[in-house]
Ligand binder design. Structure first.
Ligand SMILES: Cc1ncc(C[n+]2csc(CCOP(=O)(O)OP(=O)(O)O)c2C)c(N)n1
Length: 431
């Protein structure tokens, strides 16, 4: 043994590896009593040009505006007019109605796949409402609320989910991987966190062109463990990019609890500290806190004060996707005992407390939105559902791989068309 390695190891304790384990498994009685819930109004609101190191405490606290009695309080209260609060409630309810309907469509075999965002509606709807329409959003697959808040046609979302004749992505993408750049909604990619550095690049381009638009990007807490997350934060801090990073900490990444992404030792907002980026940790089930934090970060970015990372502390109430059964890895009552409640119920209660809403209006709106979703679904289904033909001409499969089709793709396309003709005849078209 070389001299330098000769330290006697005999009386050192054996090393051991820590394997994170969620506290509660199916059959256990979960208890979230130890989650620190600061008083509403107790968290100060620093100015939008604060230095990131003055924001340190914000990364470990929790910005809250709505208390559990439905009152808005404190320096973060964005003081939104009732009309706009009702619009926010309507969008969140529409997202939920849409999710419920599309989930059912998958169970009926009309589409291959769907993902809901139940319980997380505020993290996309309220933040989108705090942005300008021309700001660019880089979503993960769980921010359908952005499209809905920007009044994107529901039928186009459904056509994409059904990969039908009306699908403007021509059936090339997995259901829910929407793309609507003209609505400020960047194409959803299946590869987690790739949108993070892309959003920063977009924000850098905006700044380098002297534009006034900013970028916002979302990922889950699980995805924050990807290398792209690090690249994005590094580029953003180096170039002071006008970007808002949203980490939706819904506690779960499929069956992995947040501890596997580093959540046992620190908060996700605290990742901002090491990069010299402003960090905010907020109650993600409080639509007013989401709105206020986004507005703060947008003002900061727009005035060249740099990027912000917002951790939305929330809970994924349902399965990860239609392919997931959460009862296999967590207690079934966890979503209902989550201490921050439901974002829709909380905004509803706030409006009722203000005297701007009531039970009858709520029920009427729910019925109206269910009907809207149902009617739109019928229209979309006329353009095709799963298993009822291919709906898109086969040759579209070869288009847009490159801007211009190279010779070898043309050759493959011609070969396919010749086989199609031999099999189905010259006038055949997909249903
Ligand atoms: C690079 C990459 N790794 C793994 C996957 C498989 N995958 C899809 S979703 C997911 C969990 C992501 O969890 P989180 O980021 O917390 O977001 P959530 O689904 O909770 O919204 C995983 C591992 C993937 N799509 N891409």
């Amino acid at each position: 043994m070389p001299e330098s390695d000769s330290r006697p190891a005999s009386n050192l304790p054996p090393l051991s590896l820590h394997i994170p384990e969620p506290r509660y498994r199916p059959g256990d009685t979960p208890d979230f009593g130890d989650i620190v819930v600061p008083e509403v109004g107790a968290t100060p609101r620093p100015s939008e040009d604060s230095k990131p190191d003055a924001m340190r405490d914000m990364c470990y606290g929790l910005v809250r505006v709505l208390d559990f009695d439905g009152q808005a309080k404190g320096p973060w209260d964005p003081k939104i007019a009732p009309e706009r609060l009702r619009a926010m409630l309507r969008y969140m309810m529409l997202v939920r109605a849409f999710d419920d309907r599309m989930f059912r469509a998958q169970r009926q075999g009309k589409t291959s796949f769907y993902m809901k965002c139940t319980g997380e509606e505020a993290t996309s709807v309220a933040s989108t409402m705090a942005l300008d329409r021309s700001d660019m959003c880089f979503p993960s697959y769980r921010q359908q609320g952005i499209l809905i808040t920007r009044d994107y046609p529901l039928i186009q979302m459904m056509n994409q989910i059904y990969s039908n004749r009306g699908d403007h992505l021509l059936g090339r993408q997995l259901p829910i991987m929407y793309s609507a750049p003209e609505h400020g909604f960047f194409s959803v990619s299946g590869n987690l966190a790739t949108q993070y550095p892309q959003a920063v690049g977009w924000a850098m381009a905006s700044a380098s062109k002297g534009d006034s638009r900013i970028a916002t990007v979302w990922c889950g807490e699980g995805s924050s463990a990807e290398g792209d997350f690090h690249s994005a934060l590094t580029f953003a801090t180096v170039y002071n990019a006008p970007v808002i990073f949203n980490v939706v900490n819904n506690q779960w990444a499929i069956s992995s609890f947040s501890g596997f992404a580093g959540g046992e030792r620190t908060t996700f907002a605290a990742r901002a500290v090491g990069y010299g980026i402003a960090g905010l940790r907020i109650d993600g089930n409080d639509p007013l806190a989401v709105y206020a934090a986004t507005q703060w970060a947008a003002d900061r970015a727009r005035t060249n004060n740099g990027p912000t990372l917002i951790e939305h502390f929330t809970y994924r109430s349902e399965g990860h996707s239609t392919s997931d059964d959460p009862s296999a890895y967590r207690p079934s009552d966890e979503p209902t005992i989550w201490p921050f409640g439901d974002p829709i119920a909380r905004l509803k209660q706030h409006l009722v407390t203000l005297g701007e809403w009531n039970e009858a209006r709520h029920e009427a709106q729910r019925t109206e939105l269910d009907d809207l979703v149902k009617t739109t679904q019928k229209q979309s289904e006329k353009l095709g559902i799963l298993g009822h033909g291919m709906h898109q001409p086969f040759e579209t499969m070869f288009q847009d791989v490159f801007e211009e089709m190279p010779w070898h793709l043309k050759e493959q396309c011609d070969q396919m068309l010749a086989e199609q003709e031999a099999k189905f005849g010259p006038n055949w078209k997909p249903e």
